[in-house]
Ligand binder design. Structure first.
Ligand code: NAD
Length: 431
């Protein structure tokens, strides 16, 4: 049997622990999720039948603040996957110094098969089922794969109905009219763009000379492709679940985005046509996209895309993980031997949770920021934590992934210690 996603994710923690002076109590605590909830959600379908869906919410750690993490709708959602995503959120929030712990949720389904009404009943049913497990000061939801601001709006509304008070702070990534933040829709892409712009010049990779392939053309991959294209980078390939397209000259990203958005709205809220339907470019498979001879590869779809089985075929020199967990630990080793530099998910895609934090702050204060204010604050945080992670990697001669975990672990260890561990009480006396 293949190793679980969580067992693989935990290996990154083990590696970083070698470089961190945190107490044994703290490191032991971080190896286990704090709480996991599994729920059955009954949904009345449009044809009158009743269908039961399986949902999850995992709060991995809340030492530094309420749990924070997205909700995923996908056929592959399992407790193992949700737990791994919650684990990554814990380190991501600590790395960005956000006052949050890590959480995640999901429902196992193919959302493209449901009507919009069925999707709404399911989303509201999910909140009914987990209402006692979440809250603006307990655990805060956000969009992830195949959920969007419309779904977040339903969820916030349902939670407010249950609590009999308007509770915008329980969900981020909401529509602007329901207390959403300027810039949240493109925040993950914008944050990744700031990280790439901070890193690529270190290798003298100037936009016009840098070729980029992006796997996944969704809420994050598409706006990132757009930002890179606008900045003059040559985005030569993009793909979605159906396959990809390639042009050595560089793709006209705005026209591809227009093509996809013109065709949205089938069944419920998802785009019908694949990027492959744009015939003027060469059609390639997702496997071919990953193996393209480009400067930069950006996995922005799902986890486990680069594994021990295909890592040897990767030709890109730099990989920026926009998806969560796209590279397994076995692949990490092969890529390191090939001297391919990987910039990890918990840093590169942290723009989304950072602007989610800004949204939560705005909901609590009632004072709303402009897009410029949001993006300035986002840039400041992303660039500062990227540079600190870079310095840690240089100091210990470790990969950027291990450096990012070291950075997050130091903050988590300190917070766990402050709450009381054996070492904390042995080493400190009260004055
Ligand atoms: P999305 O559902 O909007 O888009 C996913 C994209 O990946 C779609 O284009 C889909 O067609 C494509 N895809 C699915 N399976 C594929 C496959 N096997 N090969 C190639 N493409 C495939 O999701 P998203 O919100 O853009 O999330 C993408 C990744 O980014 C996920 O790993 C998610 O956890 C991560 N992420 C998202 C956010 C956010 O704010 N949305 C924040 C941080 C991390």
């Amino acid at each position: 049997m293949s190793e679980s996603l969580f067992a693989d994710a935990s290996k990154r923690l083990e590696q970083a622990l070698k470089y961190v002076a945190i107490s044994e109590d703290a490191s032991t605590r971080l190896k286990y999720p704090k709480a996991s909830l599994s729920v059955s959600i009954p949904v009345r379908m449009d044809d009158g039948s009743l269908r039961i869906f399986q949902g999850y919410r995992v709060r991995y750690d809340d030492t530094r603040g309420p749990g924070k993490g997205g909700v995923r709708y996908h056929p592959s959602v399992s407790l193992d996957e949700v737990q791994s995503l919650a684990f990554w959120m814990t380190f991501k929030c600590a790395l960005l110094n956000l006052p949050f712990g890590g959480a995640k949720g999901g429902i196992t389904l193919n959302p493209k098969e449901l009507s919009k009404q069925e999707l709404e009943r399911l989303s509201r049913g999910y909140i009914e089922a987990i209402a006692d497990f979440i809250g603006p000061d307990v655990d805060i939801l956000a969009p992830d794969v195949y959920t969007n601001e419309m779904v977040m709006g339903w969820m916030m509304d349902q939670y407010s109905i249950i609590r009999r008070q308007i509770s915008p702070g329980v969900v981020t990534g909401k529509p602007l009219t329901m207390g959403g933040s300027q810039g949240r829709d493109a925040a993950t892409a914008t944050g990744a763009f700031y990280v790439m712009n901070a890193i690529l010049p270190k290798f003298e990779l100037l936009p016009a000379k840098t070729t980029i392939a992006i796997q996944g053309f969704g809420k994050v991959g598409a706006p990132l492709a757009q930002l890179l294209c606008q900045a003059g980078y040559k985005v030569v390939a993009v793909s979605d679940s159906q396959g990809g397209i390639y042009s050595a000259k560089g793709l006209a990203i705005p026209s591809i985005q227009q093509y996809k958005s013109d065709r949205s709205g089938i069944k419920a809220i998802y785009c019908k046509d694949s990027v492959c339907n744009i015939v003027e470019h060469d059609i390639i498979s997702n496997a071919e996209l990953l193996a393209l001879d480009v400067d930069v590869l950006v996995p922005a779809a799902l986890e486990n895309q680069i594994t021990g089985a295909n890592a040897a075929e990767i030709k890109a020199k730099y990989i920026f993980e926009v998806a969560n967990g796209p590279i397994t630990s076995a692949a990490d080793q092969i890529l390191a031997e090939k001297e391919i530099m990987v910039f990890p998910d918990i840093l590169v895609n942290a723009g989304g949770v950072t602007v989610s934090y800004f949204e939560w702050v705005q909901n609590r204060s009632g004072l709303y920021w402009t897009l410029q204010e949001v993006n300035e604050r986002l840039k400041e945080k992303m660039v500062a934590e990227t540079e600190t992670t870079w310095s840690i990697a240089e100091k210990f001669s470790v990969s950027m992934r291990t450096a990012a975990y070291i950075h997050g672990l130091n903050r988590l260890g300190e917070a766990l210690d402050a709450k009381g561990t054996r070492d904390y009480y042995n080493n400190k006396s009260f004055v």
